[in-house]
Design a protein around this ligand. Structure first.
Ligand code: OGA
Ligand code: MN
Length: 270
């Protein structure tokens, strides 16, 4: 391997030290993908990739989603920089990107450009580790449950008292019912929860909500979480198939700006 590694916590996160040149050449893609699946989050401190370099590096890892400007989506709460900025306010809640879809994205790469003076740290929770550490009876319970995911629950977090018109608009996006435990082709299992999870199939709203909240609290305990304090130029990659993430609230006018590149999903939830 042409890089050095150092774990950030026992259960999630590894820092990779490698030169830009080695990363961009592409020969490391497979090793990095494997490490990502094992560790959930990879950090490259102050790598300072330009947007074009980030795109080139992402292509060594998988197929890039056509989002934003040529594969670079600006994470910013400033509507002048991001016309879906409104939606990003929901990222302060634990979530899995695209959990309301059949095939969530594979992973995302995030480079910090401008930091907020207040808040803006990003937290990641390893949901493979959270499943593995469940006591046997709770594993069996989780294995048996199916969870309804929807765009509506993302919106509800921001607009708790919706009008009929808002509800109708949100409900244009179909719901998805997913198992609470995603059994991957690798044979490993991860919990699938987060903001899109609204209720449990076949249960009352209240009972389902209580079980989802309990499981969510389990999965986000400190031993499963890595919290990143950004330095400008840091690059983080997270495995979106086995990690939930959220950002600590920051002011909309803070100037905080990150460049995100996302890899196409490779595995339907099963
Ligand atoms: C995302 C996201 C968190 C952040 O890019 O999907 O949730 O720290 N970002 O801005
Ligand atoms: Mn996100």
């Amino acid at each position: 391997m042409k890089f050095e590694i150092a774990d950030l916590t026992p259960r999630i996160g590894t820092e990779i030290k490698a030169s830009k040149q080695d990363l961009l050449q592409g020969g490391l893609g497979e090793d990095i993908r494997q490490l990502l699946e094992q560790r959930g989050v990879l950090l490259f401190r102050e790598l300072n990739l330009t947007d074009d370099e980030q795109l080139a590096f992402a292509r060594t890892l998988g197929e890039v989603i056509d989002q934003g400007m040529k594969g670079i989506y600006k994470i910013s709460l400033d509507p002048a920089l991001n016309d879906t900025a409104d939606y990003l306010h929901a990222t302060v809640h634990w979530h899995v990107d695209g959990a309301q879809d059949m095939v969530p994205t594979r992973a995302s790469l995030l480079t910090a450009r401008v930091l907020s003076r207040i808040g803006g740290q990003t937290e990641f929770a390893n949901t493979y580790a959270a499943y593995d550490d469940l006591p046997a009876d709770r594993k069996a319970e989780a294995d048996s449950l199916r969870v309804v995911h929807s765009q509506e629950y993302i919106q509800r977090a921001m607009h708790p008292d919706p009008s009929e018109a808002q509800l109708a608009r949100w409900r244009e996006h179909p719901e998805q019912v997913h198992p609470m435990v995603w059994t991957h082709r690798s044979g490993r299992k991860s919990l699938l929860l987060g903001l899109t999870a609204g209720r449990i199939d076949g249960m009352s709203e209240e009972e389902g909500r209580r079980i989802i909240d309990d499981m969510q609290a389990w999965a986000t305990q400190p031993q499963f979480v890595y919290r990143h304090e950004w330095t400008s130029g840091d690059l983080i990659i997270w495995d979106n198939t086995g990690v939930m993430h959220r950002v600590e609230a920051y002011p909309a006018d803070s100037g905080r700006l990150l460049s995100r590149t996302t890899l196409v999903g490779e595995e339907p939830i099963a």
